[in-house]
Design a protein around this ligand. Sequence first.
Ligand code: DAH
Length: 351
Amino acid sequence: MEEELLNIKNNAVSLILDAPDLETLEGVKLQFLGRSGKLTVAIKEITKIPQERRPAVGMLANEVKTTIENTIESQASNLKSQVSKKIREDIDVTNPGIGPPLGHLHLITQAIEEISEIFKSIGFSRVRYPEVEWDWYAFGALNFPPNHPARDDWETFFINEEPDPKYGPMVLTPHTSSGQIREMQRIKPPIRMLNLAKCYRRQSDVSHTPMFHQFEGLVVDRGISITHLKGVLDFFVKSYFGEKRQSRIRPYHFEFTEPSFEVDVTCGVCNGRARLPDGQGCRLCKEGWLEMGGAGMVHPNVLKNGGIDPNTYTGFAFGWGVERVLMMKEGIEIDDLRLLYSNKLEFLEQF
Ligand code: DAH
């Protein structure tokens, strides 16, 4: 029995020291220490030998087991350090590393920054007002009659709260015009406000997303006239779209401005000619013009609601969509506006 145990030990130690890798070593371990391994089986046999010899043989068996276990452990750590040394040798530390993927600002954020800079350069201050707003700021104070369709559920998101006795129900602001009244309450004229913010309407299709951005200009001072409005419009159009683009104003109707206008910009694809060089009609615009958004002279009732005397002061306002002006920029063709907010990298990486 003793001899068998010593044989097992010698045999195991030489196999362990010869193991070229961790996998082989694991195999050797099983072969001796596994459930039906050679040493395990031999230890079971000890019960069959005469009682008086058992303690001595038992001690030897334990010694053999410890030796095998220790040898396995030291061989395993040798093999592991060889592996990591090999990896270290394979790495060329002078190679340039793999750069982490670099993102960029979302194209709407880029547009917001560009638009803000243009207006800042002519003295407008960017402000922000609540996105969750009272009906009074969004509609009532802007001269909307109580039954105006914009208040309809289908256009405006209503918050499930008790209406305020004075300010009415709470809404998600459907346009940045709500900031006009808040700005007039905040400061006295001269006012040169740019309120660029998120707006919400219940609409979702290729040219609408339920959340979108508008930028609202408001200028109030003594002697402000339509010519000031037209000057600011032209400045913006040339700065944002390019020197060649022109703007025009057309009579229109808004509750909160009088007179009111729709602002058009010459089409960037056909250059305002309505025809392409090959004689085909332009497919982007109508007669060379693209609609940009609304504008007008602030209605006297709105000035009054903002606490400003309409006999002393006049003002102009405009409100346009960030997504819309971005789409009208040359070279950007997005056939479904919802893509902007889809988080698809294939789309976003193009800009
Ligand atoms: N608030 C209007 C809208 O969302 C746009 C607008 C029109 C804003 C005329 C103005 C304005 O400031 O004068 O459709």
